[in-house]
Write a protein of this length. Structure first.
Length: 240
């Protein structure tokens, strides 16, 4: 894949410890919702090569900018360098790549299952669906430890209000750390949770994105809820 030049346009928090970064979209750059890019930081003095990291794209294809989001993990030299970049800093990217894209059968619903920052490829899908209204039903099951960890929550709630074919079910797993003001679901996404959520959903195809342990566990969970193994799709998540 050929590299393209870009620059940092802005950055902001989307949850506690999670930042979104906005980049200039290279001329002619096209991608499908759910795909990813490799982002190369500027070469540091004394180094011959720049650091790179793969990120799923948050933006929809029709947006004028590229957006990624990531947990700002302590001890990550790449994340520290990315977070300290000044607005306007030049970078390079390669892509797009990845096959976690929505099926083309609108009569079959899409069941999106995200853990933590695994929400990023689904944000691109949902933003694209909002800009191109259709009949396909979309259901997002979104698990986080605490409410303050839920990236893009306000945007997702707004999409649910505007889109008649999209439903959000967010759940948190840290009961002790969850404030009484949280009105959403509590507990892990298990087979019972999924079975109840998908009632009435037409012949869903499931997509899973998040930590490797969650993705592996969700295959058994979804199968236990009646989702055929051939209708469960996932790939290595790009964004940690």
């Amino acid at each position: 894949m050929a590299r393209s030049s870009t620059r940092l346009l802005g950055k902001h928090a989307v949850a506690e410890g999670t930042m979104a970064f906005r980049f200039e979209k290279p001329a002619g750059f096209a991608f499908k919702p759910g795909q990813a890019i490799d982002l190369f930081l500027p070469v540091e003095p004394g180094h011959s090569e720049s650091q790179s990291h793969a990120f799923s794209i948050v933006a929809a294809p029709q947006e004028s900018e590229l957006v990624i989001a990531t947990r700002m993990r302590e001890g990550s030299a790449y994340k520290n360098a990315l977070g300290s970049l000044e607005i306007g800093s030049p970078l390079e990217l390669e892509g797009p790549f990845g096959s976690l894209t929505l099926h083309r059968k609108p009569e079959r619903a899409a069941l999106l299952v995200a853990g933590g920052i695994g929400i990023t490829p689904f944000m691109s899908m949902l933003r694209n669906a909002a800009a191109n209204p259709g009949a396909q039903e979309l259901l997002l099951l979104y698990s986080n430890r605490r409410p303050q960890d839920i990236a893009f929550l306000a945007e997702l709630e707004g999409l649910q209000e505007r889109m008649g074919n999209f439903r959000l079910l967010a759940t948190v797993t840290d009961m002790d750390g969850t404030p009484s003001s949280w009105k959403g679901a509590k507990g892990k996404i298990d087979s019972a949770f999924v079975s109840h959520a998908i009632q009435g959903l037409p012949d869903p195809i499931a997509y899973v994105s998040g930590p490797p342990a969650l993705v592996q566990a969700m295959r058994s969970v979804l199968a236990g809820a009646g989702i055929d193994e051939d209708d469960i799709r996932s790939e290595e998540f790009f964004g940690y």
